[in-house]
Design a protein around this ligand. Structure first.
Ligand SMILES: *Cc1c(COP(=O)(O)O)cnc(C)c1O
Length: 369
């Protein structure tokens, strides 16, 4: 992999292609595939990832918010885009940019119908979300008549899909709960279909759902984290390749004598002479303060160098005692050589959080475009 001269997130699109093909091998050939590219494509780069997924032939893309979808349309992405968490303030823009809303409440449905009518839309695609236990967004059984009655005669919109989201798809201890959610979704989507007179496309599974509940693929699956190379369980991680590798370089090396301290608030105090390296990456780049005081580490020339003391805004200092290294050498935070999941393990968080935390200040480089 190429050498870097500054903090860089290297995105390997051949890994994305590999992950896409692996996930496809886990679903039926006729099942559609939605690629989730919310939050800057899990902290990488929305447009780069979406363009590659479009080229690979995904059926749908999803973002969380309307501005993320606008970015994709501005870049010429033509694939249908589902907006998972639309807000009323963005409905007009949404229609102007052909972004398809998740309709999750009576209020959202009423307001969207109004805007669709004002803008003289005909059969504008909408997606109905059912809450089957996550208790985040979605309609319940009691709302089915309301939805059907509102949408049946109305020609301004058309329900193109119904969907739901599992609360614990990666946790096999919650298997019974997940199966209940799947059953409940089946019931709700069938009931709505019966009242509407047609059955819209159905989808429920995220990445871990694809792995653990193959029987619930319905017409489409929605994968995010798997595309980026993480499977929430070791056997699946072994099949996937991290797309993003975060690297930086050593700016300066110091010898720290006994009783000297490193960084703000003197959070690290040396009890023997050690060697520290200062790296140009800090909490403003996404390395949160929870990685300080040895909870996080970087790899330098294949060796683990724990973070010394507090993470600064723009820098961290790491312990390179006993590591053969020089100023200008590369330091790897996570990626192909050590997964983001491993980087986060002792800081009590998950791959999703560190990936999406990498800030826009960090340079992006694309390999194998
Ligand atoms: C983020 C999200 C996904 C993707 O989940 P992964 O675990 O990253 O595969 C799927 N569906 C919904 C509703 C989401 O919010």
């Amino acid at each position: 992999m190429s050498k870097v001269g500054e903090t860089t997130l290297v995105m390997d699109l051949s890994a994305l292609e590999h992950n896409y093909r692996y996930l496809q091998s886990r679903i039926k050939p006729e099942t559609k595939f939605l690629g989730v590219v919310k939050a800057f494509a899990y902290g990488s780069d929305t447009v780069t990832i979406a363009q590659k997924l479009e080229q690979l032939g995904v059926d749908y893309l999803a973002v969380a918010y309307v501005n993320e979808g606008v970015l994709l349309r501005d870049a010429g992405i033509k694939t249908p885009i589902l907006v998972l968490h639309p807000l009323v303030a963005n409905f007009e823009e949404m229609i102007e940019r052909c972004l398809e809303p998740n309709i999750y409440s009576k209020n959202i449905l009423n307001q969207f119908l109004e805007v669709a009518q004002e803008k003289k839309q005909s059969e504008y695609p909408i997606h109905i979300k059912f809450n089957t236990g996550l208790n985040r967004l979605g309609f319940t059984e009691n709302d089915i008549d309301f939805i059907a009655q509102k949408c049946k005669q109305n020609k301004n919109v058309k329900i193109v899909s119904t969907f739901s989201h599992l609360a614990a798809s990666e946790d096999l201890k919650e298997r019974d709960f997940s199966l209940k959610q799947i059953n409940s979704f089946k019931k709700l989507s069938t009931a709505l279909g019966n009242t509407l007179g047609y059955v819209p496309m159905r989808h429920m599974l995220n990445t871990s759902g694809i792995i653990n509940y193959p029987e619930a693929q319905f017409d489409m699956v929605r994968s995010g984290i798997g595309l980026y190379g993480y499977g929430n369980q070791a056997e699946i991680d072994a099949q996937l390749k991290p797309v993003a590798t975060l690297k930086t370089i050593i700016s300066q090396i110091h010898e720290i004598g006994t009783n000297q301290s490193v960084g703000y608030n003197r959070a690290f105090k040396a009890t023997k002479t050690i060697k520290s390296a200062t790296l140009p990456i800090g909490h403003a780049d996404g390395i949160g303060r929870q990685y300080g005081k040895g909870k996080g580490s970087v790899l330098i020339n294949g060796k683990k160098a724990p973070i010394l003391g507090n993470v600064c805004m723009d820098m961290i200092m790491v312990d390179v005692t006993g590591i053969d290294c020089q100023e200008g050498d590369e330091a790897i935070i996570f990626g192909s050589e050590r997964s983001a999941e491993k980087f986060t393990a002792s800081a009590n968080t998950i791959s999703y959080e560190i990936l999406t935390a990498i800030s826009q200040r960090v340079k992006r480089v694309v390999l194998n475009q």
